[in-house]
Design a protein around this ligand. Structure first.
Ligand SMILES: Nc1ncnc2c1ncn2[C@@H]1O[C@H](COP(=O)(O)OP(=O)(O)O)[C@@H](O)[C@H]1O
Ligand SMILES: [Mg+2]
Length: 239
């Protein structure tokens, strides 16, 4: 099993504000891994440190065996890593097609066209909306656009920050299902989620974060079946 991401003893934060304390986790090739934890525990910060947007203080961050700590975002994208932020993940004033083009501004036009076609095959709901502004899309469609845009760089490792937040249950299911089909196409998936039941149901493994630390890790099915975790981290079973 080859290791796509290996993080060990990671401290990180924003400038001098330390948020993450000694995080260790890994993601193997082809895995779907979910990080859960309460609001403010550092989930987004973790992904941002990996993607070179928040500050890495110390600790190992390896992608396919090579240290990527402190790398610039464009270098990470070159390596095959893509990131879908939690908020502000589309350009609302641009139309759907223009948003997709923004995902590949440096690609030769024919390759860009090919990638856009492939992204639209994954998210066909966007096809009839190509000339509508992103602002006019529903929340679910906007999320699909954000993920599609990330796909334009042809990633092998996709980081997603709360892709189902604030969506209707139907869209939540659809989004997680599509993400799972990306994994079936060979893209390794790391998601952070506050409402994590749907994501865990598709995951191989999960990590629980609290106060910037990993407090638990287990196969996703064990996390879902653990009554204690259910009570504290997943809400009631029948919400
Ligand atoms: N740009 C920032 N500068 C300083 N602190 C921040 C910044 N963004 C988030 N934080 C703080 O970092 C902590 C973790 O936030 P975050 O990683 O967004 O949590 P989560 O995604 O788990 O809800 C919070 O206390 C938050 O206030
Ligand atoms: Mg967050």
């Amino acid at each position: 099993m080859s290791r796509v991401l290996e993080v060990s003893g990671l401290d990180g934060g924003y400038g001098s504000v330390q948020i993450l304390n000694g995080i260790s986790l890994h993601v193997d090739k082809g895995e779907f891994v979910t990080i859960i934890g309460p609001n403010g525990c550092g989930k987004s910060t973790f992904i941002k440190v990996i993607f070179g947007i928040a500050t890495h203080y110390r600790g190992t961050v390896k992608h396919r065996g090579e240290s990527i700590a402190g790398w610039r975002t464009d270098q990470l994208v070159q390596r095959g890593i893509a990131y879908v932020p939690q908020v502000d993940n589309v350009f609302p004033g641009l139309n759907v097609r223009e948003n997709l083009e923004m995902g590949g501004v440096r690609l030769p036009p024919s390759l860009l066209e090919e990638r856009i076609t492939r992204a639209l095959e994954m998210f066909p709901d966007l096809q009839p909306r190509l000339h509508d502004t992103a602002a006019s899309l529903s929340g679910g469609q906007r999320q699909m656009l954000a993920i599609s845009r990330a796909l334009i760089s042809n990633p092998t490792f996709l980081l997603l920050d709360e892709p189902t937040a604030a969506l209707s249950p139907l869209y939540q299911e659809q989004i997680i299902e599509r993400i799972d089909s990306l994994r079936e196409k060979g893209i390794t998936i790391l998601i952070v989620e506050q409402n994590a039941r749907l994501s865990l149901a598709r995951s191989d493994r999960g990590y629980i974060l609290a106060n910037g630390e990993v407090v638990h890790t287990a196969p996703a099915s064990e996390i879902l079946d653990d009554p204690h975790i259910n009570e504290y981290f997943l809400g009631t079973l029948h919400d």
